[in-house]
Every structure is written in structure tokens, then in C-alpha cells.
Design a protein. Structure first.
Length: 156
């Protein structure tokens, strides 16, 4: 069964729901988990900022926030007695989905668990869907956990 579960997290309600499902699976199977957070500066950029804003202000703050998200999630997983490590990844050029797929291959994951908003129609068209792209291109099974209306964000 699943022994290496990769869980991309961003601190949102949906990623926390994915994390909670991954915890349940890991407890059932005795799996270890790797939590990843992708520091994605491009999702915050408008294109009008000078380079100094990215290099000097934005990227370090995004990394710092990512470390806090990982720390809170790692503590939650460890409290359940599950072996876990975490990794902060920079994604300044490619899509988040590509970075997740690369990490799944490099780490040897046999399952990816992540939350999804389940957007359809215009919302999906305008925002794209990293979860959908991961599900389509992943080299291993992907468990998509749909968002509910309850706020369960991981706070650091």
C-alpha cells in the first residue's frame, strides 16, 4: 500500500483538508509523509514591480510565510506519531504543479494528497488548476480532497 505520501500545502483550508486526509491514510498504512510548500512569487506579482521588490522584499517574505506553514503542519503530523519531513521549494519560473510532480519523482512518492477548490467553468478557466494538472500528469496516484465550507487553516 502507500508508504510515501507527498502532501503539498499552502496553509489554506483546502490544503489543510488534504493534509488531514493524508494523516488518516498514513496512520492506516504506516506511511511516512513529506510536506512541501512551493514559494510561488509569480502568483503575487502584477508585472509592474521592479526587480528589487521581488529580490529584496517579496521573495524573502513568501519564503518566511512558507516556513511557518510547514512548521505548523509538521507539528500536527508529528503529534499523530507519523514520520514526516518537510521541504520549502522555490518556484519562480514554472507552474506549481510542475514543481510538485518533480518532487514526487525525486522523493519516490507513491501517493500525492492535496486539497482542491473544485472550481468549474469560468473560475477554473481564469484561475487554472494546479490540482487538475497534478492529477493529469502525476507518475503516481493522486487523492484530491474537495473543499468544504469550514475554515481549518493551519496557523503557525
Amino acid at each position: 500500500m502507500y508508504q510515501r505520501i507527498l502532501v503539498p500545502i499552502d496553509g489554506s483550508t483546502t490544503s489543510t483538508q488534504g493534509l488531514n486526509e493524508a494523516i488518516k491514510l498514513a496512520k492506516l498504512t504506516g506511511a511516512e509523509m513529506r510536506l512541501i510548500h512551493v514559494a510561488d512569487a509569480l502568483s503575487f506579482a502584477t508585472g509592474f514591480e521592479p526587480y528589487a521588490v521581488y529580490a529584496g522584499d517579496l521573495v524573502p517574505r513568501i519564503r518566511e510565510a512558507g516556513e511557518l506553514v510547514l512548521k505548523g503542519a509538521r507539528e500536527l503530523v508529528q503529534a499523530q506519531g507519523i514520520r514526516v519531513d518537510s521541504k520549502l521549494l522555490d518556484d519562480l519560473v514554472s507552474r506549481v504543479s510542475e514543481t510538485v510532480i518533480e518532487q514526487a519523482k525525486a522523493w519516490g512518492a507513491d501517493l500525492i494528497v492535496l486539497g482542491t477548490h473544485g472550481r468549474r467553468g469560468v473560475g477554473r478557466f481564469l484561475l487554472g488548476s494546479d490540482a487538475e494538472q497534478i492529477a493529469r500528469t502525476a507518475p503516481v496516484p493522486v487523492l484530491l480532497v474537495r473543499a468544504s465550507g469550514v475554515d481549518q487553516s493551519v496557523e503557525a
